[in-house]
Design a binder for this molecule. Structure first.
Ligand SMILES: [Zn+2]
Length: 422
């Protein structure tokens, strides 16, 4: 698996000329490739309409012509021309793909960002530094000692992908060894999805909480920005454009969180139970706007989770997981209190236990709960120091002694969700 890390660097001045020269030949190559396009009238699959689609030259002769053209008067290592050529074709390929989908205009793409892609032949890992060849015999060294990530043991230059360097940042892709024998924490976990957290439970795994507030914040702040634009100029075209830009940015940022959250879920359990969102409205009144956006997040997270099992959402959060009684007046309380059996438990934990019971097909039964669920909640790691006065109290004041066994939160520096102390 290739994972990319970014690092700040202070070699901007040393590398600036090369980056600018690289950008110039890259854009010029894009124009050359663009000029080779032959537009071909093509029938759209399954439809009567025709579209004209682009075909540009990709043959080796053409590539060699371009290479020779740009090597003339090139004062840096020739591998940089090869790198620019490769990058130019990959930009064109991605433009074409998007053009066919209808997401790009019939216009030659341009590399606006200043960067260089470093071919493997141009760089070498030397302990804590990366050596980059500028021209034969001339090197720039990038310090990696202040990195926040680990380099795999005995990593050689072949253990890294092609780094990208901008004026102030270095993006380093690292091959991380594939774990063939993935060990899951648990075979099964049932997950309850909420606006600010995702709570998982199974007797094997215990209670697992993933803090999803940063994902909610992405939507909330974008919503506020768009609203303030709309207030200022409700009908202007420009406002619509800006608003659309924010929506797009919101989607991209949300996607990053969704991918990471799904990764955490996949690392915890082999089989994952979720409420069937399609049926959810039958039991829960969909009330707020935030419910709607959460649903989009949940769907996108679920789509990325392995071995997903759909569970009926019947009264998931309103039912007592111990005796099965329904408590209709929760009033947004964080604690679930059962009037029938006296269970007092974190509301989200109660919901995920309900989902787990449904995943296993076990009916609600006090004796079963007390012998199978209770020991997993108060056995060892769950105790937080609250003293138990009578044996009966366990079931009543459970919420005070029970804390998630594992807590995952968002770490800004590595841009990922990590297991953290509560
Ligand atoms: Zn109960």
């Amino acid at each position: 698996m290739l994972k990319t890390y970014s690092l700040k660097h202070d070699k901007g001045e040393d590398i600036k000329d090369l980056i600018i020269a690289y950008n110039e030949i890259l854009n010029s190559m894009l124009e050359d490739i663009w000029d080779s396009i032959k537009w071909k009238k093509t029938q759209i699959e399954g439809k009567k309409q025709f579209r004209i689609l682009p075909n540009y030259r990709k043959d080796n002769l053409f590539k060699k012509e371009l290479r020779d053209k740009y090597l003339k008067d090139w004062k840096y290592a020739s591998h940089w021309v090869d790198s620019a050529l490769k990058t130019a074709f990959s930009i064109m390929d991605s433009w074409k793909k998007n053009y066919v989908k209808g997401n790009r205009k019939m216009k030659c793409p341009k590399a606006k960002r200043l960067f260089i892609r470093v071919k493997q032949t141009l760089c070498k890992l030397e302990g804590d530094r990366l050596r980059v060849t500028i021209s034969p015999g001339k090197f720039i060294y990038f310090d990696l000692s202040k990195r926040y990530f680990k380099l795999p043991k005995n990593i050689s230059s072949s253990g890294i992908g092609e780094p990208i360097i901008t004026l102030d940042k270095l993006y380093l892709p690292i091959h991380e060894p594939n774990k063939n024998n993935v060990k899951y924490l648990a075979e099964k976990v049932a997950w309850d999805l909420n606006m600010f957290s995702i709570d998982g439970y199974s007797p094997e795994a215990g209670w697992i909480k993933i803090d999803t507030k940063p994902l909610a914040t992405v939507h909330i702040s974008s919503f506020e920005k768009r609203r303030s634009i709309q207030k200022k100029a409700s009908k202007s075209k420009k406002a619509k454009g800006v608003s659309r830009k924010y929506s797009k940015r919101e989607r991209n940022r949300a996607r990053k969180h969704q991918v990471e959250i799904a990764r955490v879920i996949n690392s915890v359990a082999r089989n994952n139970g979720f409420e069937d969102l399609r049926k959810e409205n039958m039991y829960r009144s969909s009330r707020l706007w935030n419910r709607q956006i959460s649903r989009t997040d949940w769907k996108n997270i679920k789509n990325r989770v392995n071995n997903c099992i759909e569970l009926p959402p019947e009264y998931t959060s309103k039912k007592c997981s111990r005796c099965g009684c329904i408590n209709k007046d929760l009033n947004g309380s964080k604690v679930f209190r059962c009037k029938n059996c006296g269970l007092t438990i974190d509301r989200q934990l109660n919901a995920s236990i309900n989902l787990y019971l449904s995943m296993e097909g076990v009916p609600h039964q006090i004796s079963w709960w007390d012998s199978n669920i209770l020991p997993t909640l108060v056995g060892g790691y769950f105790l937080t120091g609250v003293e138990q006065k009578t044996p009966d109290e366990l079931a009543r004041e459970l919420y005070e002694v029970v804390k998630p066994k594992l807590y995952f939160g968002y770490d800004r520096y590595s841009d990922s969700y990590l297991s953290m102390p509560i």
